[in-house]
Design a protein around this ligand. Structure first.
Ligand SMILES: [Zn+2]
Length: 129
């Protein structure tokens, strides 16, 4: 299952980004999936529900947005955004091999929980200074 290995790499990347922040949990992960990437969003979410277990992404909400396909159209001399997983220019119907967007998957950003391990009172006192 393709999506399971992608889910694992998402967890690895997020954990690596947080290695200096041992006091936080991930609450939301926002992903952008290109329509030409071949990644099936429900399968990816399903995969993430397994591989996030016992990681700091455990229980995080997964928000997925689709990235439309954009191609460079030579006859039009313009970048065109196509409808769905098509590489045809929507204006002149010319197929394009020059794909500018919609092939990949990105971690857009993540939301973190409040730091844990420090009593709340202590945090508020520290803010008064
Ligand atoms: Zn065109």
């Amino acid at each position: 299952m393709h999506e399971l290995s992608i889910a694992r790499s998402i967890v690895r990347e997020v954990e690596a980004a947080l290695q200096d922040r041992p006091d936080v949990q991930v609450t939301v992960v926002r992903l952008r999936i290109g329509r030409l990437s071949g990644i099936v969003a429900p399968a990816l979410e399903f995969g993430l529900s397994f591989v996030t277990e016992a990681t700091r992404l455990d229980g995080a909400r997964i928000e997925i947005t689709e990235e439309p396909v954009a191609v460079w159209c030579s006859p039009c001399q313009a970048t065109r955004t196509t409808d769905g997983p098509s590489v045809l220019c929507p204006v002149c119907d010319t197929p394009s091999a020059d794909i500018r967007a919609g092939r990949g998957m990105q971690i857009v950003n993540i939301d973190l929980s409040e730091p844990t391990g420090v009593p709340r009172d202590l945090l508020e006192v520290a803010d008064v200074s």
